[in-house]
Design a protein around this ligand. Structure first.
Ligand code: ZN
Length: 239
């Protein structure tokens, strides 16, 4: 069965996406070889160390220097993958998007049910009084953003290393995957926690894997495509 046929015949598709979905919108993956190399060169630390909870608490200034320059891409636009998925949801075919990305591009494309496993750069809150702040506020702040109300440090609602994922988001994601007829996994090498574990919850026979490079789960796929996620989804949904 082709991807087009699977999509035509289903009204219960779930999409699970990784960094590759965002890189096609020009957002570089900090976990890529180049990302890691550049970070170590500039900070003498790995991105994982800088993006950890303990590092944030100890060195919020360095964290924010890295975060603002490497994690925030407010001018990025949804690409063909985002748009195709939003269209499938509007058609009643796609039930949910589970994403590891924090850029909010799915919502910008029009998707409604998006489970953001790693949080989002678009929500930020004061660690002391919980006042909410938008991303502009973070960007404009000189150094560490501070709460206007109480002076507390403002933290992005992004899941840092050492921090747990949101329970409700996990539960909703796993429920969607468990019930899915077609599960499309795209733009992820499936090496990043918790992606690999999530696939186990899918029990159907239409597991679609779309990624430019090989993944450890290629053998498990019912349909395997080594190509750009935007090109593949764009082509299938457009005609
Ligand atoms: Zn505050």
């Amino acid at each position: 069965m082709t991807l087009k046929e699977m999509i035509e015949q289903s009204d219960n598709i779930v999409f699970f996406g990784g960094a590759g979905v965002s890189t096609e919108s020009g957002i570089p993956d900090f976990r890529s070889e180049t990302g890691i190399y550049n970070t170590i060169k500039r900070y003498q630390r790995s991105p994982e160390e800088i993006l950890s909870h303990s590092f944030f608490m100890a060195h919020p200034d360095i964290f924010y220097d890295f975060y603002k320059s490497t994690m925030l891409y407010l001018d990025a636009k949804p690409n063909k993958a985002h748009l195709a998925l939003a269209k499938l949801e509007a058609m009643g075919k796609l039930k949910a998007i589970v994403t590891q990305n924090i850029d909010g591009l799915h919502q910008l494309a029009g998707s409604k049910r998006v489970y953001e496993l790693h949080g989002t750069v678009h929500r930020n809150y004061c660690m002391r009084c919980h006042e909410a702040y938008d991303t502009e506020y973070i960007l404009k702040a000189e150094g560490v953003p501070r709460c206007e109300k109480c002076g507390g440090i403002v933290k992005p609602d992004v899941v840092l290393y050492e921090e747990g994922l949101n329970e409700m988001t996990i539960t909703a994601s796993l429920n969607a995957i468990r019930k899915a007829d077609v599960l499309i996994i795209g733009g992820t090498s499936l090496n990043v926690y918790p992606a690999a574990g999530f696939i186990q919850y899918y029990s159907g026979n239409k597991l679609v894997l779309i990624n430019k490079s090989e993944t450890p789960y290629d053998r498990k796929a019912d349909l395997l495509v080594h190509d750009s996620i935007g090109d593949v989804l764009g082509a299938v949904v457009d005609d």
